[in-house]
Ligand binder design. Structure first.
Ligand SMILES: [Zn+2]
Length: 359
């Protein structure tokens, strides 16, 4: 509902205006979308679409849209539906550390769907990862494949470890991957759920560790100093823990249950050590980053920091500024301060993407 008179239209598009307290600082702002850029220069007759508490949108930093089941090929219709769910949930940007296939041209650029960065298909050692998904590489090929991928899309995703008893990617190979990817200006995201894989990833100076289960907390200061982020995907572990506990005792169960039970404390220790935490859902249905943000808070992060992990801090980590003049014109608006009640995340008043109200 336009609150201040006639709606001005530029090129057939309503000029969006939002105002309220912008996080992280809580300062009062009054922003106009000049195309895909926020400006504080008033545009007479712009459409004040929402007032309240403003974020630059939510960010899901670990999501694999486009396929129903592990191993399924990329399906454009599923991809589109998954991305719509993200936007409906207030997500304006995603990172896909691994995709079921090459995404279509419109991925990350389509009006009404989130901005996106991605690492193309996962890169794993032979005999590891989900059958039908990703590429397999020898140790000699890993740095070559990773650099080629990162050169195209900015990111490469390496599976450092997989099942209990599997050999992780050796630390010298991981170091060669990081060197090759950084040499082309890219970044490396690494899947790790075992201590040895995590240790190799930290030593190599990867850009993000995904999951990080069983990560030795002694490495957290090194991660903080080196800028290695952690995407703990807490809510996935939590949701599968009940069933895992009911399985009979075996090495898999001891690994999974032990790691998942220790994970919340690990995440809190990482945050306290100054590691950048990223909210990632890694599961279907899409559009549930709010669940992950609440899981981070329930683990013991301050609500402010849990929200940062799924909004402004993640966005900054991915290279986009927050709600400042000149920034890309994305926002999600809540009626109240979401830090006081993270359930607010389920009820955005408005979602603005590329200067257009999309919800
Ligand atoms: Zn994943």
């Amino acid at each position: 509902m336009p609150l201040d008179g006639a709606t001005r239209v530029r090129g057939g598009i309503v000029i969006v205006r939002i105002r309220g307290r912008a996080l992280p600082d809580g300062e009062y702002v009054d922003l106009y979308a000049d195309g895909d850029r926020w400006t504080t220069d008033p545009v007479p007759g712009a459409d004040l679409v929402a007032e309240g508490w403003l974020l630059p949108g939510l960010v899901d930093a670990h999501t694999h849209p486009g396929a129903e089941e592990p191993g399924d090929p990329m399906d454009e219709e599923i991809l589109r539906a998954d991305l719509h769910r993200h936007v409906d949930a207030g997500v304006t940007m995603i990172r896909s550390p691994g995709l079921p296939g090459e995404p279509p041209e419109w991925f990350g650029a389509e009006p009404g769907l989130p901005r996106a960065v991605h690492a193309g298909p996962w890169i794993a050692q032979h005999g590891q990862f989900f059958d039908g998904w990703g590429r397999r590489a020898t140790h000699a090929e890993l740095p070559v494949f990773a650099a080629a991928q990162a050169k195209r899309t900015g990111w490469a995703k390496i599976i450092a470890d997989w099942r209990v008893g599997d050999e992780p990617v050796p630390s010298d190979v991981m170091a060669a991957v990081v060197e090759a990817v950084h040499a082309v200006g890219g970044r490396v995201a690494v899947h790790s759920q075992h201590a040895a894989g995590g240790e190799a990833a930290v030593a190599a100076g990867v850009d993000s560790i995904e999951h990080g289960m069983w990560l030795d907390t002694g490495f957290l200061p090194e991660m903080a100093a080196g800028g290695t982020a952690l995407t703990p995907t807490l809510s996935v572990f939590r949701s599968s823990l009940v069933a895992a506990r009911e399985r009979e005792d075996n090495p898999w169960k001891r690994w999974y249950v032990g790691g998942a039970e220790a994970h919340p404390a690990l995440v809190v220790a990482a945050a306290e050590a100054g590691v950048t935490i990223l909210a990632g859902t890694d599961s279907r249905p899409h559009g549930r980053v709010g669940v992950e943000i609440r899981a981070l808070a329930e683990a013991g992060l301050r609500p402010h920091d849990a929200l940062a992990a799924g909004s402004w801090a993640a966005r900054e980590y991915l290279g986009l500024p927050g709600l400042v003049p000149g920034a890309p014109a994305d926002a999600v608006v809540y009626a109240e301060d979401p830090r006081a009640d993270l359930e607010q995340l389920e009820h955005p008043v408005a979602v603005v993407l590329r200067g257009v109200r999309v919800r």
